[in-house]
Design a protein around this ligand. Structure first.
Ligand SMILES: Cc1ncc(COP(=O)(O)O)c(C=O)c1O
Length: 385
């Protein structure tokens, strides 16, 4: 008999859609994929080469649970390079993807009944990480009119006396919102005043456009930052992430990691040593520019045909657009769109309780001509209804 807490975990609805898209593709249909949240680029060659060398050299054993010291040092050095921040490498914990970091954090910080404040819309897995450890999700409703920027009034509204942790992301999934420095500072102060642990998910950091975005670590040593090699570094399948935690708590994460997964994949850790090299960073910056160009092509095209996007998203590779002018139920509409027009996008249901039916997410993880073709297909489909 499956335990109740497991039965309550909902699937990623987009996975159903992806399965259907693949089925249609297998039957010969041309499907434009804008539904999956990963870069279309493969991992940069210097990282692949480093991974192959590691395998050839037989680096196939466990590492320390906190990760390879060289990689922890390389991550710390990267903060010095990008933000002139001196972070002790001891505070860096290497994890199997940021998913494991988030999971570990919930185990480490949340007692049964504790409240964890999460934005709505937000990354779908977070609520399950909370409920799996017996925590209570305290949703913070964001507003499209404000570009989905989190503010202190919304925090006050969502707060309950059991609130223990606040988890936010910048740049965010699904909205692409980058928190302004000012907002971030206010949020750090608010959390401190309420004795709430602040976790900032920065896995899309590096993928931000027109705006500066710096790590929240610059604002306080008490907050926890989660990051990943998945998105900016195009390494989703290698399953590698990291977090930076307060120095006094590292030993607890060490123990938890030893017990939950032993260590992050060893060849991936060796491969990631090449992630911060000049050669790799040059490739990644070109890709960042490509994402920005795609956003600049897709956003006006979507607005032209009637999607609502109140504020241009400034980061990640997502546009969270209001689709209520096309259909009352975006879930059904996304399925119809896939079947009739061959365009796969993600319904809001994966990300939100408050705005689920009115929104869809576009991932601009395909090239510009395909993005424009997708918009044309959506437009024609709408006119034909
Ligand atoms: C906001 C956010 N956090 C965490 C993750 C997990 O990513 P990974 O485990 O690949 O690092 C994702 C994946 O899409 C995400 O969008």
């Amino acid at each position: 008999m499956i335990a109740k807490r497991c039965q309550q975990v909902q699937p990623f609805y987009v996975m159903d859609l992806l399965a259907k898209a693949k089925q249609l593709q297998a039957s010969g249909r041309d499907i434009i994929h804008l539904e999956v949240g990963e870069p279309d680029f493969t991992t940069p060659q210097p990282i692949i080469d480093a991974g192959i060398s590691a395998l050839k050299e037989g680096k196939t054993h466990y590492t320390a649970a906190l990760g390879l010291l060289e990689l922890r040092q390389a991550v710390a050095a990267r903060y010095q390079q990008t933000d002139q921040l001196s972070i002790n490498a001891k505070r860096v914990v290497i994890t199997p993807g940021s998913s494991s970091a988030l999971h570990l954090l919930m185990h480490a910080l949340v007692n049964p009944g504790d409240g964890v404040m999460l934005t709505d819309p937000g990354y779908p897995c977070n609520k399950h990480f909370v409920t799996l450890v017996g925590g209570e999700v305290l949703p913070i409703n964001l507003s499209a009119a404000d570009g989905f920027q989190l503010n202190v009034e919304q925090l006050d509204e969502a707060w309950k006396p059991n609130a223990k942790v606040l988890l936010i992301a910048s740049p965010a999934n699904p909205t692409g919102t980058v928190l302004s420095q000012d907002r971030l500072k206010q949020i750090v102060l608010w959390a401190k005043a309420k004795s709430i642990r602040l976790i900032v998910d920065e896995i899309y950091l590096g993928l931000h456009y027109d705006v500066d975005a710096v790590t929240a670590l610059a604002l306080s040593d008490e907050i926890i930052v989660v990051n990943s090699f998945s998105k900016y570094f195009s390494m989703t399948g290698w399953r590698l992430g990291w977090m930076v935690v307060p120095e006094g708590e590292v030993e607890y994460f060490d123990r938890l990691a030893q017990n939950l997964y032993l260590c992050a994949p060893t060849p991936s850790q060796y491969a990631a040593l090449a992630a911060f090299s000049d050669d790799t960073l040059a490739i990644l910056e070109l890709r960042r520019d490509t994402f920005q160009r795609r956003r600049d092509v897709l956003l006006p095209a979507l607005k032209d045909i009637g999607f609502g996007v109140a504020t241009p998203p400034q980061g990640a590779f997502y546009i969270y657009a209001e689709s209520s002018q096309f259909a009352a139920d975006s879930f059904k509409w996304c399925h119809a769109l896939l079947e009739q027009a061959g365009v796969a996008i993600t319904p809001g249901r994966d990300f939100s309780s408050q705005s689920a039916e009115r929104y869809v997410r576009f991932a601009y993880t395909t090239d510009e001509s395909r993005l424009l073709e997708a918009v044309d297909r959506i437009h024609s489909y709408q006119r034909s209804r």
